[in-house]
Design a protein around this ligand. Structure first.
Ligand code: HEM
Length: 509
């Protein structure tokens, strides 16, 4: 109790919603991922578009929205331990790059960084191209006869296929077999973690094990482990066989069609002179599968959604495609061509401002910090509210306008400082997959725009004035209510739409 009173005094510098004895703000916490967005935004607006605090019992959560404090936290070399929510990922991802800390994280980060070298990305681009061609076929079928359909659903399968092929070197083909055991288990696990994040009793295995759905969780976990360990073991065996046979002939197997997968790169590197253990390989490969598919699918879905509502901007994207791709608009773009798509770059940046894929990143203080003159006690959860940064009116004037020109490098009107916009985080623990992600997002959108006119679910839902339909905080009550085809933004570990991304596609002839 003394510790609690001391902490309360120390953080008097930061306001927050009124608390009740013992439980703090627990009674106000949101119960659905959509309500989480509104809870976070309502308070952020109420407390001046900066930081605020929430007490969950005796546990202090600081929500950080002030770019100066975002900078303090993200550039720190010591504030790198993740907050307790990430513990839920542990049974699946172990101590992979996302969840580990200290010297293990440091060593692995150093070893893994070269796996995203631009030469390797070029190889990965072939995988993105072939899978997005297949994706187009799926879209053709799903969007037949002007049908309104959920775009998010299909993108999930595409990005899962891309990440499995690039990370493990095998094709799981979720686009054709969305009901395969592995695809289902990944989907279940992502949903399970999001759902449990909202229920304190389900967060820890010690209490979750008494809930009826715990059995399904164990089953999915076993499928994920068996599958991934199986791939790794077969890959090691194959390597050993190659070494002993000293033959250059490629043996016939599931791996032959791939060049270098992420797993191969890890197998060919050494840590302190000895290779990664099988468990470490498992942890890193699984981390990639998780971090590398749920994120890109959210980014692609929201960007395509915005294009479906802002047809003038879509037209400019298409004109850039015509300029760069020439006469054959149906072929895959090369790595070089993707890098020349500067307007598309701006659209993706602006989409990530309005709908940043990772709404919050969390750190845990292992000692007391002085953050720009404010004391932050030991054992505090620092939640960097990435989702709020793009709506800060001082940084992004008229934030509810979808306006890619904000990111035009020649537009001197809006200059953003480095920590005012950080959808991929920043500093030592930033996203290691940023270049991979942007390459995939651009590759997929480029192809979708060249094959289809992306249309809103209903013609009248087109934005005529350039504003988005999703408002937060006090604005939510001043604007027309959401249409059933508008996205219900939901803060899970990644940002999603609760009701999918509903739109229509019309094939371009
Ligand atoms: C649009 C897509 C993506 C976005 C917006 C994104 C964003 C982020 C953010 C905000 C973090 C910091 C998380 C934290 O501090 O807790 C992060 C970390 C990470 N991301 Fe991404 N990510 C994306 C795609 C990817 C992809 C495609 C991969 C892998 C191929 C990837 C791999 C990782 C890994 C391994 C980490 C942990 C890095 C570390 O702690 O050292 N991400 N990402």
């Amino acid at each position: 109790d003394r510790k609690y009173s001391k902490m309360r005094k120390e953080i008097a510098h930061t306001q927050g919603p009124k608390t009740l004895p013992l439980i703090g703000n627990v009674h106000q916490l949101a119960k659905t991922p959509n309500a989480v967005v509104h809870f976070m935004f309502d308070n952020w607006y109420k407390y001046g578009q900066g930081n605020y605090r929430v007490w969950v019992g005796y546990y202090l959560h600081m929500m950080i929205g002030d770019p100066k404090d975002v900078e303090f936290i993200l550039s720190s070399n010591t504030l790198i331990a993740k907050s307790k929510v990430y513990d839920m990922l542990h049974p699946w991802l172990g101590d992979g790059l996302l969840t580990s800390k200290g010297s293990k994280w440091h060593k692995h980060r150093k070893i893994i960084t070269p796996s995203f070298h631009f030469k390797i990305l070029q190889d990965f681009h072939d995988v993105m191209n072939s899978n997005s061609t297949k994706f187009i076929d799926k879209l053709m079928a799903a969007s037949k006869d002007g049908k309104i359909f959920d775009f998010q659903h299909y993108v999930n399968h595409l990005t899962l296929d891309v990440i499995c092929e690039t990370a493990m070197g095998i094709s799981i083909n979720a686009l054709d077999n969305p009901n395969s055991e592995f695809a289902k288990a990944v989907e279940f696990m992502c949903g399970n973690i999001n759902m449990r994040a909202l229920n304190p009793l389900k967060r820890k295995i010690a209490t979750y094990q008494f809930f009826p759905d715990y059995k399904d969780y164990c089953k999915a976990l076993a499928v994920l482990k068996d599958f991934t360990y199986g791939v790794i073991e077969r890959r090691i065996e194959l390597l050993n066989r190659k070494r002993t046979q000293k033959s250059n002939a490629e043996p016939e197997d599931e791996f032959t069609k791939r060049k270098m997968a992420f797993l191969d790169t890890l197998l060919s590197t050494s840590k302190d002179g000895s290779p990664f253990s099988t468990q470490e390989l498992y942890e890193e490969v699984s981390t990639f599968i998780f971090e590398g598919h749920d994120t890109t699918s959210s980014a692609i879905s929201f960007a395509v959604f915005l294009l479906s509502r802002h047809l003038g901007i879509q037209k400019k994207v298409y004109e850039e495609q015509q300029r760069i791709m020439g006469d054959d608009l149906k072929r895959s773009a090369t790595f070089q061509e993707i890098s020349e798509m500067k307007y598309l770059d701006m659209v993706v940046k602006e989409a990530l401002r309005l709908f940043p894929t990772v709404p919050v990143v969390g750190r845990h203080t292992e000692k007391e910090y002085n953050m720009n003159g404010k004391i932050i006690p030991e054992d505090t959860s620092l939640n960097i509210f990435l989702l709020s940064l793009g709506y800060n009116e001082k940084v992004f004037p008229d934030p509810y306008r979808f306006d890619p020109e904000r990111f035009d490098p020649s537009n001197n009107g809006e200059v953003h400082k480095p920590f005012e916009y950080v959808p991929f985080s920043a500093g030592p623990r930033n996203c290691i997959g940023q270049k991979f992600a942007l390459l995939e997002v651009k590759t997929v959108i480029s192809k979708v725009v060249r094959y289809f006119e992306i249309l809103p679910a209903l013609d009248e839902l087109e934005s005529k004035d350039g504003y988005v339909c999703t408002y937060f905080g006090p604005y939510r009550h001043q604007k027309p209510p959401l249409h059933k085809y508008d996205p219900k933004v939901a803060a899970m570990l990644t940002l999603k739409s609760d009701n999918g991304i509903l739109l229509r596609l019309k094939e371009r002839k």
